[in-house]
Structures are given as structure tokens and as C-alpha cells.
Design a protein around this ligand. Structure first.
Ligand SMILES: [Zn+2]
Ligand SMILES: [Zn+2]
Ligand SMILES: [Zn+2]
Length: 409
């Protein structure tokens, strides 16, 4: 039994292997995931680093990935690159009779302990994994890493099931920067119930669970994360959990939603596909994207803003409106998006957008009719970000500096 105070680190873990997404390779350091680069690998001319130190620390790039990338015409898929790095490290350690271990509250875990569910695949799925493993094997063969295809199939599935998207929580846009696989954190089980005591976040490539309030952890297995978003419908969660993680969830939320199913919703299927299509083309700087998005939003009037798909559209429309300098519209969509946020991190990202729009609209001027709204948003932002990021973090300083000002004349 351990007691935590708001702001405490409950758990943290460094990745076994991590890769920056192909789309961010030019701007994000491939070792520490900082959104700043100064050096580019001169051999593959693809990966970048913030310092020489980071470049040197990224040993499995030098040994394997760099050579593998250098002779490819286009950048290899993110998924495949993560497997290349994981397999390279695994074989490298195996040859030295060594295995890195993660530590989950005293319980040690190596890559061998991660689940692969290879035996649960149907024939069709198995063939696909086999083909992927063969593709990766041929890359690894060329760079002198010898590994059996069966072993690679295991590692491929382990990466697929245990991989985390690494979000940049050090910059307020909270953009996804890459993906990583963790040993100790792979012990974190799933729940569909929103967690109020703590939140999952990333500091660079490090995965962190931060206490949001004072609470007592009776058993480390009580620490849960969301493998799939908790505001997806019961059927969507069940399908995704089964397909990607091979289990049926029986958490309180699932049991109650299974016993008392939500009424059928006629526009649901149309909504899902239409919103997915709009989000696929997301471009915050394009007026026509914004125009299309607002028309789609109008079509789903009457659907709750807590709806998972509508929430995502609102979130993106909030950002696009701000890019178009339509600050009141951005505030309107952001306020609606807040209702559907189910995680602290989701909440914070919207809140930060609201605060900066309110400033653009002059709500921070002392004689503004909206000064109370401004100070309200600022107070809650300051409080939440101080708990998650610490009072000295640059985001907290940005928020603190947006204090009320005299009316400029
Ligand atoms: Zn770096
Ligand atoms: Zn390179
Ligand atoms: Zn559940």
C-alpha cells in the first residue's frame, strides 16, 4: 500500500525500443523525442537529433536501422522500424547472454515476458504476420542480424500489442511523435472506466503515470490505463479490444453497458464514416477543410458532444478555427469538445486552446465583459498543468504569463 500526493510520479518507464514517426523525422530528435533538431545522420540522411550526445546514445540506429534505411528508396513504415529496433536489441543482448529487464513495482519483466497472442491468430491473420516477418527478416539479414522468422513473428506481435503512441506532452499541442515499446509498463492492464486519481503521460520518450490527487494505491495491479478510449461505445470497445488485444473486458463500465445497452442510434454509422473521412483530410490551415467540418457538425445536431466521433471532430475544428483566426468559433467548438474529454491530457489540450483564443479576443483586459471567464479558464489550466508538469515547466509559465492586462489605449 502506497500513498501518493497530487503531482507525484506513481510509475515511470524508459522504452526498450522507440521510433519517431516518418512524418516527424525532420523535426523531432530520434533519441529523446524533443521537438528540436540540430544534427542529421550523415549516413542515412533521414534521422535527426537535438545533440551529438543523443545521436551517440541511439546505438541501435547506428548498428542496424541506419544501414537498413540507407538502401531503401522510401522510408520504411513506422511499425516495421519499431520491430527492427526491438529485434536488433533483443538479438544483440542475447548474443551477450544478457536481457534488459523492466521493473514494475518490484516485478521484473523482460521482452520474453510480453504477450504475443501468436497462437490466437486465425489462418488469415497468421499469413499476414508471416509475410511481415519475412519482409523484416530480409532487411535484418542484409545488416547481419540473424533471426528466425518464427522469432520475428513473436516480436512483431509483441510490438503490435504492447506498443504505445508517444505523445509530446512537453508542448501544448500534444501531438503524436512516434511509438515505443516498454517492458515494465507492459504490465499495466486496461480499464474502460476513466481514471481520476492518476493520468498516463509522456515526458519525451519516458512513459509516466502522474498522481492527479492524493490517493492510496493498494495494489500495483490496480493501476490501469486505457488501451482503447473509454468514451467509445460498448460495441466499439469490445471489437477493438478483441481484435487488437485478444480479450473481452469485464470492467464495471462494460458490465453495466452490456446489461443496459444504449438505445440504437440511427445516424451512428453515417456519423462514424463521415467524420472519419473528414478527419483523414484534416488540414488546419485550409479554409475549405474548416468549412466542410462545420457543415458535417451541423448535420449531427442533437447528437451528444460526448459521442466519441463527434468529440474528435470538435477537437480538430477547435484547432482549425484558431488557425483561421476565428477565435470565437474556436472557443465555441472547444467548449463543446471539453464535454467529451475523458482524460486529463485530453482536457488540458482543449483548455490550452481556449485560453489562447480568449487572449486573442481580449478577454484578459481588465474592463472586458469576459474577464471572469478568462480568469476561470486560466485558474483551472494553471492548477491542472502544475500538477502534471510541475510549476517550473514552460507550459505552466506560458499560462501564468497570460495574466489580466489593462486595456490598451
Ligand atoms: Zn535529443
Ligand atoms: Zn542513419
Ligand atoms: Zn471495460
Amino acid at each position: 500500500m502506497t500513498e501518493y500526493e497530487a503531482g507525484d510520479t506513481v510509475f515511470e518507464d524508459e522504452p526498450y525500443a522507440a521510433i519517431v514517426s516518418a512524418t516527424s523525422l525532420d523535426s523531432v530528435c530520434s533519441f529523446c523525442f524533443k521537438n528540436y533538431v540540430e544534427y542529421r545522420c550523415s549516413l542515412c540522411n533521414r534521422l535527426s537529433y537535438c545533440t551529438e550526445g543523443c545521436q551517440q546514445a541511439d546505438v541501435f540506429h547506428d548498428r542496424v536501422e541506419c544501414i537498413a534505411l540507407a538502401d531503401q528508396d522510401k522510408i520504411v513504415e513506422d511499425e516495421v522500424r519499431l520491430v527492427i529496433r526491438t529485434a536488433a536489441r533483443y538479438k544483440h543482448e542475447q548474443q551477450r547472454n544478457y536481457a534488459s529487464l523492466g521493473n514494475f513495482f518490484g516485478l521484473e519483466r523482460g521482452l520474453d515476458d510480453l504477450v504475443s497472442h501468436l497462437e490466437d491468430l486465425n489462418d488469415d491473420e497468421r499469413q499476414k504476420v508471416k509475410a511481415k516477418a519475412q519482409q523484416i527478416k530480409s532487411i535484418l539479414d542484409r545488416v547481419g542480424v540473424s533471426i528466425e522468422r518464427k522469432e520475428l513473428m513473436e516480436i512483431y506481435m509483441k510490438c503490435k500489442i504492447n506498443c504505445h503512441l508517444v505523445i509530446d506532452h512537453n508542448e501544448p499541442e500534444y501531438l503524436s511523435r512516434g511509438r515505443a515499446i516498454y517492458l515494465a509498463a507492459s504490465k499495466l492492464d486496461h480499464t474502460c472506466v476513466p481514471t481520476e486519481n492518476y493520468t498516463l503521460m509522456f515526458d519525451g520518450r519516458r512513459l509516466v503515470i502522474r498522481a492527479m490527487k492524493n490517493f492510496t494505491l493498494k495494489d500495483p495491479s490496480d493501476l490501469r490505463i486505457h488501451y482503447v478510449p473509454s468514451n467509445l461505445s460498448y460495441n466499439d470497445r469490445r471489437d477493438r479490444l478483441l481484435k487488437n488485444y485478444f480479450f473481452l473486458c469485464s470492467c464495471d463500465q462494460c458490465v453495466s453497458q452490456l446489461r443496459f445497452p444504449a438505445a440504437d442510434d440511427d445516424s451512428r454509422e453515417e456519423r462514424v464514416s463521415e467524420i472519419a473521412e473528414v478527419l483523414r483530410q484534416y488540414d488546419p490551415d485550409s479554409w475549405s477543410w474548416f468549412d466542410t467540418a462545420t457543415k458535417v457538425l451541423q448535420k449531427f445536431e442533437g447528437v451528444t458532444d460526448r459521442d466519441f466521433h463527434l468529440h474528435w471532430l470538435l477537437l480538430h475544428t477547435q484547432q482549425a478555427a484558431a488557425h483561421q483566426k476565428l477565435y470565437s468559433r474556436s472557443l465555441e467548438y472547444g467548449t463543446r469538445a471539453l464535454k467529451g474529454a475523458t482524460t486529463v491530457m485530453g482536457f488540458q489540450r482543449i483548455l490550452f486552446g481556449l485560453l489562447s483564443c480568449a487572449k486573442h479576443l481580449g478577454w484578459n483586459k481588465r474592463d472586458s465583459a469576459y474577464i471572469d471567464n478568462f480568469t476561470g479558464i486560466k485558474r483551472i489550466s494553471e492548477k491542472l498543468f502544475t500538477i502534471t508538469h510541475g510549476k517550473d515547466h514552460s507550459i505552466v509559465k506560458m499560462i501564468s504569463e497570460s495574466r489580466p492586462v489593462e486595456q490598451s489605449r
